[in-house]
Design a protein around this ligand. Structure first.
Ligand code: FMN
Length: 382
């Protein structure tokens, strides 16, 4: 295929794949698309290992890295990142009522309590390294030491240091946006590719749907290339995205049920059974609105007596350790833990009904894309 994205990266298909799993990233790249590794869950040391593994498995083909540098985070996290009070500052900023809420929720669903102190400390360390500007900078430096073809950022305009470092390394920068106004701001800041992500997407999203957002963003930033994201899990949806003016697509949810995905097995089962109505945009995991599988967890945070979710990353401290524990217990078949378990996923979860190898997902999408384009050509030529 020939789009500016294919030409720029030397890839066969304008299909970019966001995944936290190195095997998915390598498989998409090897199938002719471009895999992008989500770095947010990794320490710099672990990220370096993952990227070395990818380097060894893609034979020089292009892949990217995605970091999360939120423009707005809770002030206690900023102070902690600057070393002012360290991680204890962040931990102390979580009100006791949030821990009580968790305690009661675990009791209600009969889930054995984790070692809460350990879970809190490890979640605080994670949140502190992942989404503070200092933590993200370390991940950016590690990434740029590898032969990456793209670095992407979500949740705001990348900090100037990220753009400067990427430029110096000759690596293009992409940014995720949910409005045309944000897209213009990103381009003004020096971003090379825009990922226009509609509200049906998994993970942090705005409210505007992909069908409305993509043409708005394409018009707002032309000639900067735009990748369409949100609700794209088939070739027909890919054809629609290119018809809207996108130069390619960026998919996340569709990889969660691949053979290679490290999605916890109990969650994979829930994803395969879910319909497109079974997701919700909730602040209960990270503090920012993120689309995920609706579960007893997301419902509990909506109850009138429940505490309001905190800001990012404080809510991550409350939620991530607890949810990891829930996933572990859910694997034993525990009904309460299975009811609570959830995962970031978009509305296209309703299309995810079988487990397939990643390579097969890519080939099926491309085949269906070609059929959709043929059908449209038939319409115009008759
Ligand atoms: C499990 C999961 C985790 C995600 N985490 C991130 C992330 O850390 N950084 C990011 O830029 N986007 C993240 N996203 C959003 C994806 O990059 C992508 O824009 C989105 O999945 C596209 O919509 P779709 O889910 O309908 O394919 C995540 C998506 C999913 C499904």
């Amino acid at each position: 295929m020939l789009t500016d994205v294919c030409a720029r990266f030397g890839i066969e298909f304008p299909l970019l794949a966001f995944s936290h799993c190195r095997d998915v990233v390598a498989a998409v790249t090897n199938a002719g698309g471009l895999g992008v590794l989500g770095a947010v869950a990794y320490t710099p040391e672990r990220l370096d290992e993952e990227l070395r593994w990818i380097d060894d498995h893609v034979g020089g083909r292009p892949y990217g890295v995605d970091v999360l540098v939120p423009a707005k985070i809770d002030e206690s996290a900023r102070r902690a990142g600057r070393g002012d009070g360290g991680l204890d500052t962040m931990l102390a900023a979580v009100p006791p009522e949030h821990w009580t809420f968790l305690h009661d929720l675990f009791a209600k669903y009969d889930v054995p309590l984790p070692d809460l102190d350990r879970a809190r400390r490890s979640a605080t360390r994670g949140a502190g390294t992942q989404v503070t500007p200092e933590g993200a900078t370390a991940l950016i430096d590690v990434s740029l030491a590898h032969p990456i073809a793209l670095i992407a950022n979500a949740l705001g305009t990348p900090p100037p240091a990220m753009i400067d470092r990427a430029r110096a390394a000759g690596v293009p920068v992409a940014a995720l946006v949910g409005t045309a106004e944000h897209a213009r701001r990103q381009v003004a800041a020096g971003v090379d590719f825009i990922v226009a992500q509609g509200g049906e997407a998994g993970g942090h999203t705005g409210e505007i749907s992909t069908l409305v957002l993509v043409p708005e963003v394409v018009d707002a930033v032309a000639p900067v290339p735009v990748l369409a994201a949100g609700g794209i899990a088939s070739g027909r949806q890919m054809a629609a995205a290119l018809a809207l003016g996108a130069s390619g697509v960026w998919c996340g949810s569709v990889w969660l049920t691949t053979e290679e995905a490290e999605t916890p097995p109990a969650v994979k089962e829930k994803l395969l059974a879910a319909t497109s109505r079974d997701t919700v945009r909730s602040r209960s995991r990270t503090g920012k609105p993120a689309r995920q599988l609706r579960s007893a967890w997301t419902d509990a945070w909506e109850e009138p007596d429940s505490p309001a979710p905190l800001g990012m990353p404080l809510q991550m401290i409350v939620a991530e350790g607890a949810l990891r524990h829930i996933d572990k217990i859910a694997e034993t078949g525990h009904p309460g833990a299975r009811a609570l378990a959830n995962y970031f996923v978009g509305q296209c979860v309703g299309q995810l009904n079988t487990i397939k190898p990643t390579r097969q997902v890519v080939y099926d999408m491309i085949e269906e894309f070609a059929a959709a384009v043929d059908r449209l050509n038939t319409i115009t030529s008759t």
